[in-house]
Write a protein that binds this ligand. Sequence first.
Ligand code: ZN
Length: 362
Amino acid sequence: MSGDGSPARPVYLIADLGGTTLRAGWARAGDLTVSGVRRVAVDGIARFPGLPTGELQARVVDQLVRLLGECSLAAPRSPSALAVAFAGPVGRTGTVVDAPTVWGRRGPELPLARILGREFAVPALVLNDVTAAGWRYAAPDGGEDDDYFCMVTVSSGVGNKVFRRGEVLLPADGRGGEIGHLRVDFAADAPRCDCGERGHLGAVASGRGALHAAGVQARRFPEAFARSVLSAACAGDPGRLSAQQVAAGVRGNDAFAVRTVTPGLRHLGRTLAALHTALGVGRFIVIGGFARAAGEPYLRLLGEEMTKASGFLLPPSEAAGLLQPGAPDDDDGLLGSLRCLERSGSPGAAVSRPALPADSTF
Ligand SMILES: [Zn+2]
């Protein structure tokens, strides 16, 4: 019993493991916040680019166990369950299939939920990070109304997940949410994607794609570049630009920055228009570091491109209304995986029975 005589609420451990940053904390059942959040640089390929995949997997798992252990000690009581949002495809039972941004080349599948469940002796839920984000925005009651939306992330890559009435729409084998690997640029020298192929949406419309395009445009149009805020931001050397600086240029309506991102935005807008036209998805929630930094002007431009691609179904007034920004923080993975854990009712189901969302793409 707690101090006020009511039964003490269960405590959960929650983590968000991305390509560069691992964060973890604890939460009380029924609360919508994660407390005591610790943040460390991931011991993956970003820090140790030369190491083989198997060794990076071992390092990342050790680090995750260590950080969750610290959070467990800091929590007010022993945890009853844990959840991890993971930046890569995750199978139904919490097995990580692939994680190019975390440990590079594909290695053996990693049964992360089973490893963590055994380590902490609690039910463990591991889910894809874009799916986790979607649970943050899904209607709490499972959607009495037609809660039908598509998460879209624009950061170092591009990904999506469609949710409807409290379910993420994925088949048993988890195919889905892979718009980032749709080929949109068929030029022989199109930018290369994380997956190794050229011209994929994730290579063209991501923050990385915007940065690549800015470099190309700066060399082709040096005078226009010199007049732009991007030139001022990098002291005239496009090799020193960052994706965040390009995004800030878009947010400030800098003409050069807008022209730079427009081809990628056009491809993304056409892809989202196709989703809307085919499925009637009512809302697109746009998250990810690049989209967040580029702000409202980015969403407005994206809406314009959607209208150009599908003006019949999407007149200008409606396209803009379909696009919504995510929350102005970086907590989608933490809060979404907490929400998913709570929605699963019996967290034990996450381990023994694949009753939780089938997540398998990024
Ligand atoms: Zn790809």
